[in-house]
Design a protein around this ligand. Structure first.
Ligand SMILES: O=C(CO)COP(=O)(O)O
Length: 254
């Protein structure tokens, strides 16, 4: 069956020492918790990755991920980081397609398809984000948007490659706003995503795909969201910056 995952996305927060201190607390707190969460992933800025991987050694449950990788294997791309470089420090995951990358850095589905290929070729697991804006939801085109983000971004993969992905549904209107999708709204979209995966591949691929919810997820609403049939965990922004809140979300799977 699919894995239950809680992932933190620190975004562009925390200096080096702050990140190490927070991560050490999370590793310690998560260690002893009885929870249905099978894997805890922390997606940090690049500067932390190597040290976090070292700190995570010995923790069966905690993995480390990056928040982006360039679509080229290597080359003259000043300021960029490749998937191979991320892999070389021992990270396991890379977030791709986050709405902040789509919005502020112009990443579209075609570019994200290339990034997905390079990330997979380097034996890293993409956490592939999709989700509609408020205007798209109000215009009632959110299902079309989500379907095209899914199919144009990762629909070119064969079933074996697709099965390495984690999908994250993050409605843009819920990110950092304090407005969470209701559990009914989130479950509706998660079930839709799973149905689309089944249509593209088959039911066994769909049933095995972890689909995370992200957007103002916090210790108060996590249990209700995670109890939904098609919600397999969370991608947590703001609340991942506080060890107690993040660990309480990890504990919300019971
Ligand atoms: O964007 C997110 C995670 O990737 C969600 O952010 P918040 O949890 O801060 O709303």
């Amino acid at each position: 069956m699919r894995k239950k995952i809680v992932a933190g996305n620190w975004k562009m927060n925390l200096d080096y020492n702050e990140g190490l201190a927070l991560f050490s607390e999370v590793v310690n707190m998560v260690k002893d918790e009885a929870t249905g969460t099978q894997e805890v992933v922390v997606c940090s800025p690049f500067i932390h990755l190597h040290s976090l991987v070292q700190l995570a050694k010995g923790s069966a449950k905690v993995s480390v991920g990056a928040q982006n990788a360039h679509q080229a294997e290597s080359g003259a791309y000043t300021g960029e980081i490749s998937a191979k470089q991320v892999k070389s420090v021992g990270a396991a995951y890379v977030i791709l397609g986050h709405s902040e990358r789509r919005q502020y850095f112009g990443e579209d589905n075609a570019l994200l398809a290339k990034k997905t290929d390079v990330v997979l070729a380097n034996d890293l697991k993409p956490i592939f984000c999709i989700g509609e804006t408020l205007q798209e939801r109000e215009a009632n085109v959110h299902f079309d948007i989500i379907k095209s983000q899914l199919l144009e971004g990762v629909g070119h993969l064969d079933a074996a490659a697709f099965s390495k992905l984690v999908i994250a549904y993050e409605p843009v209107w819920a990110i950092g706003t304090g407005v969470t999708a209701s559990s009914d709204q989130a479950q509706e979209i998660h079930a839709f995503i799973r149905k689309e995966i089944a249509a593209k591949y088959d039911q066994s691929v769909a049933d095995a795909t972890t689909i995370l919810y992200g957007g103002s997820c916090n210790p108060k609403n996590a249990a209700e969201l995670f109890a939904c049939a098609d919600i397999d965990g969370g991608l947590i922004g703001g609340a991942s910056l506080k060890s107690r809140d993040f660990t309480d979300i990890v504990k919300a799977f019971n």
